[in-house]
Design a protein around this ligand. Structure first.
Ligand code: FE2
Length: 183
């Protein structure tokens, strides 16, 4: 499947613009990670792009979220590696993360929210002037973006990426699509 087909399907299933932006951000970070790790950029990008396609269809029910998404992604024609990564990014199903792709999606998922919130508290509400060290500082403030799962982000170590590097790489990736993100 092409990226355009994936995006069309997302637009058909997701109304919330912020949720679409979250998936675009995840896509951008996954692509950069794939490049860094010598993995398949298209495959990793599609995984990030599609991972929450079922969020509205499942009404955020964690017992069905990502199961339906995995099925939808399979119907769209992605490979089983992508399907598996989508399925296990929600821990509620008890499906272990096995591949680098599984592990990457898991730690990327909460990172977009941390970076987005860090941009939005700036006077200009833009990513452009935001520095990695500022994001790292905010990461350490427990009250900042309290819903962001810190421990999940630090699991970047599982794919051999150091925490500081991960923040920098995620921020850099999101800056490349700042317009699409409205940031
Ligand atoms: Fe997500």
């Amino acid at each position: 499947m092409t990226r355009e087909e994936a995006l069309n399907s997302i637009k058909a299933n997701v109304e919330n613009k912020n949720l679409i932006k979250h998936m675009l951000a995840a896509e951008a970070i996954m692509r950069v990670l794939a490049k860094r790790l010598g993995e398949d950029e298209e495959e990793w990008g599609l995984t990030g792009l599609l991972h929450d396609i079922d969020m509205e269809l499942t009404e955020g029910n964690m017992n069905t979220h990502s199961k339906l998404g995995a099925d939808l992604a399979r119907e769209l024609g992605v490979n089983e590696a992508v399907v598996h990564a989508i399925l296990c990014h929600n821990e509620a199903h008890g499906v272990p993360r096995e591949t680098n792709l599984d592990k990457a999606l898991f730690c990327v998922d909460p990172l977009t929210g941390l970076i987005t919130t860090a941009a939005l508290v700036r006077p200009d509400k833009k990513l452009a002037g935001l520095e990695a060290k500022s994001v790292i500082k905010k990461f350490k403030q427990k009250g900042f973006a309290a819903g962001v799962n810190r421990q999940q982000i630090t699991q970047c170590s599982e794919i051999g990426i150091e925490f500081d590097q991960f923040i920098e790489l995620g921020l850099g990736a999101m800056k490349t699509i700042a317009d699409d993100l409205g940031l």
